[in-house]
Design a protein around this ligand. Structure first.
Ligand code: PMP
Length: 289
């Protein structure tokens, strides 16, 4: 199967897909993106992803390349042309192509690219046994709520975590509090069985998985507290986990050198992982837990 990418109005084989060198995404990272999971051709939580995209665009004053309704049709067409059972849709909008100048161009058309690939979901083993995270200072900018394609600090952190043998970096602010991961949201379960995660605001990305998992937790009668927690608190927590569209819900069983609790995924984590897997229709994810 030849993968096809949607690039500015048409589908082309991915090997022939091109963007202009003066695209502001290429020169300034002046753009935003979304990553959407699809199972059996059906995008999951598409409305939430499109609402976040609209918000990110608005915050950067980039006009939408088309209506969200039309965009959802492009996404469905991209999925139809790239049939895989478990897919990740990557969607990127940049401010467009213009001679390089920091100022916004006065006349410009936003660029839109949509690609689909097989979802790199975590292994059964990672889901069943949990993963390690590595703490690092949060060196990102002050608007982490915008899903910007400018991800250098995230890349550096994730790379450093991987070189330390860890799956993810947990980013720590100047007060010693965990904001989120380099590409995921971060949670602990405290001694009273409450689910604790950083509140929404400019220091974190409002994850779509986060919004779904918090809803599922509340429905299941688990108390949710949206407040920052410190790295030290996390190391002493009863349970810890992370979420993202691609990582799903992954237990965190080690933070730096510290094993979390007894080193196996806790009951709240397992329960939420199962509920989330059921909700998004990834049966295998539920089976392993
Ligand atoms: N935080 C950051 C910094 C991320 O990059 C991501 C994934 N894009 C998330 C959180 C999780 O967001 P979502 O659940 O929407 O994938």
């Amino acid at each position: 199967m030849t993968r096809q990418a949607y690039v500015d109005g048409r589908f082309v084989p991915i090997a022939r897909a091109r963007v202009a060198i003066e695209d502001r995404g290429y020169q300034f990272a002046d753009g935003v993106y979304e990553v959407i999971k699809a199972v059996a051709g059906e995008p999951r939580d598409l409305d939430r992803h499109l609402a976040r995209l609209e918000r990110s665009l608005g915050e950067l004053r980039i006009p939408a390349p088309m209506s969200m309704r039309a965009l959802s049709l492009v996404i469905r067409e991209a999925l139809a042309r790239n049939p895989v059972t478990k897919a990740i849709v990557y969607l990127q909008v940049t401010r467009g192509v213009a001679p390089r100048n920091h100022l916004f161009p006065s006349v410009v058309r936003p660029s839109l690219v949509v690609t689909v690939r097989r979802a790199p979901f975590p292994s059964d083993r990672e889901r069943a046994e949990g993963v390690a995270v590595f703490s690092l200072p949060d060196q990102r900018w002050g608007r982490c709520d915008i899903k910007s394609i400018s991800l250098l600090a995230n890349l550096l952190a994730k790379q450093q975590a991987a070189e330390a043998g860890c799956r993810e970096a947990w980013l720590v602010d100047e007060a010693g509090r965990v904001t989120e991961g380099s590409a995921s949201n971060a949670y602990i379960v405290d001694g009273e069985g409450r689910l604790v995660t950083h509140p929404l605001g400019p220091r974190i990305l409002g994850g779509i998985t986060r919004s779904v998992v918090l809803e599922l937790a509340r429905e299941a009668g688990i108390e949710v507290v949206e407040r920052p927690f410190t790295l030290e608190e996390a190391k002493r927590a009863r349970e810890a986990f992370l979420t993202s569209t691609t990582s799903l819900l992954l237990p965190v069983t080690r933070i730096d050198e510290q094993v979390v609790a007894n080193g196996v995924p806790g009951s709240v984590t397992r329960r939420l992982a199962r509920l989330y897997a059921e909700r998004v229709g990834i049966e295998e994810a539920a089976a392993g837990l």
